[in-house]
Ligand binder design. Sequence first.
Ligand code: ASP
Ligand code: MG
Length: 423
Amino acid sequence: MKVFKFGGASVKSAEAVQNMSAIVKKHAEDGDKLLVVVSAMGKTTNALERIINAAQKQDISTLNKELFALRVYHEDIVKELFPDPTSRIYELLEQIFLKLERRVRAPRKNYNKQYDQVVSVGEILSSRIVAEYLKTQLACLWIDARAYIRTDESWREGKVDWASTERNIENKISALAETHVLLTQGFIGGTIGKRTTTLGREGSDYTAAIFAYCTKAESVTIWKDVPGILNADPKRLSETAMYEQLSYVDAAEMTYYGASVIHPKTIKPLANKEIPLHVRSFIKPNDVGTVIGQVRTSPDMPAVIFKPDQCLLHLLRKNLSAISDSSMALIFNLLERHDVVVNLVQSSAVTLSICANADMSKIRTIKPLLEDDFDLSIQEKLELVTIKNYKQESESFVKSFTEVLLEQRSGQYWHLIVPSEKR
Ligand code: ASP
Ligand code: MG
């Protein structure tokens, strides 16, 4: 079996759904057994976040406006895809929206739990629409991912219970895929009490990896609006090149430093079972794209990766005595306990600079605790730029930054912390 994943952009309109369906159909006709994972259509997840926030604030006029826009957006797509007004999809859509309305109009205390129940609707809508459309072309079965991917109750960041999930998926999914193209949702899971959870924003890639892991799939393909994995974001640099192959380790490191092509959690389950991950273009579906897998050689082409939303903590020991290993351990313990994600550290005898995700409410909580022993200054609105495999010519790229707050070279990596570019 092969697992395909189509993100929001690949199902954002009727035309996009027809395009992705044609890709699925071609592969099914070539004999591939397929499980297809889809995200919410276009920017639906953001719209649902606005809906739950308006509901929470009891901002009824925004809530009404957003609900209406969401419905019209999906209805327009459906009308184009299903000219037959008696198609089952109209009834399905009606039910989903009714349930959503009822839910957001009843105030709930647990925001995060409510978030998952509301925001998951984007994937339910898109998977229903795509499945019904595929059924007009081939044998397709809609699969509810919540019945297979078991998570705990960590709302908005559901932790996968791998043993139960594997048991749920194992033989069942592969058997169903023998006779049908299976169509399911990314991003969502279910608890033992049958509540919906989400796996973290942009989590649909991870869903594809979970299903692939549990079915020992032959491969995973993520269909995107870029030709494959590029060595830099084309929105940031004019000249980019594509990797034909990357090792799991290289891919994991690149996503860690901010390459946003694939969700960071995706790589590990695939690497564990040596399942290759293809990144291909849904615009040019005949191009091969990038494959991540068991490759021995690392490409030596320089890559530039931007990780936005960073801050820098500068600590200076008040009594100017050296920062010992044990005080270092205390600091990192504190950061860890407050879930502050650290990306880079530089130390001298009496100072310590820490680059972390700019989660400012968390940083403000730990600030007074650090200020007992340290003079602390915090710089915000920064980004971490990483050049992997830097070369002679990378020097001129580095010089193009007018201000570099911190610089570090280690191994093949050259890291810079710079003020965020105003975009
Ligand atoms: N729809 C979800 C999001 O936008 C998950 C995904 O697209 O991967 O975050
Ligand atoms: Mg997405």
